[in-house]
Design a binder for this molecule. Sequence first.
Ligand code: HEM
Length: 293
Amino acid sequence: MSQQAHPHEAAEPETPHLEQNPDGTLDPNLDFAGTTPYEDYVRADVLTHLQHTLSDDPGEMVFLVTTQVMELWFTVIVHEWETAANALRSDDVPTAIAALKRSVRELEALNASWKPLGQLTPAQFNSYRSALGEGSGFQSAMYRRMEFLLGEKSASMLVPHRGAPRVHAELEKALHEPSLYDEVVRLLARRGHPIPASVLRRDVSLRYEPADAVEAAWTAVYAGDESDELARLGEALTDVGELIWRWRNDHLVATRRAMGAKSGTGGSAGVAWLEKRARKNVFPELWTARSHV
Ligand code: HEM
């Protein structure tokens, strides 16, 4: 058959959405005046043209895309935790728990995305590592927003972003806002747990430091009814804390496999530096209180 369109087709474009199949079902619409509504919503054309690899190595593509996928998950998780923090501020615990539970599933999906990079050998990583220059995940602003929401504040983490006004402004705002955990601790106080003013009115731009009174509050919550709202909030936060710990450890092991004890592209001691970071537990009193229940 000729490659040319049938004269009838050329004159009258098909409108398949109006035609029924013999079984009575409709096929999807093919006919749009401009870009598709899917494209207008998802921006897939933008998203799938952001993969500018820096080397000729075929293995670099999955390294870049995995990093981009993780950035997207960081963005969703920040959104969930901000939703949770805002809900707690207005004493809406069910909305906060729902957002935290969504974030738990999202953290599981985030952590599953280590799969393609988990077994990189040093030779495979070396094939494109030098092309990364000084680029490092350490410079991820969205990861820093996650850490800030967890209470791991640090003004020095803004320094790398001085040259990017929007990113810097967003991080600076996040630095000075109460973290998700600050909102949790304030809720504990409003629910009658004795939390000192030094904790409630702490400088929220500094790293959250564990407090005995908060540990005592969680001990009381966990000793009580497990179906209580605060107990369920505590467990949702514990799930989050555990999955963050898992992300850090999966990252650590992937790094150890890919580069041993070499220093990082971001200038740190590499694995030794990551080991220190992975040792920390977020929401500290939620872990220590368990020894007293
Ligand atoms: C197997 C590949 C990877 C290796 C070998 C690796 C290596 C490293 C190293 C050595 C550091 C310490 C800072 C430095 O000196 O660069 C670091 C930090 C970091 N990396 Fe990776 N990385 C890998 C994949 C990823 C991916 C896919 C992400 C996703 C965004 C990521 C996110 C981060 C983050 C957020 C930090 C900062 C951690 C913190 O501040 O505690 N890394 N990485």
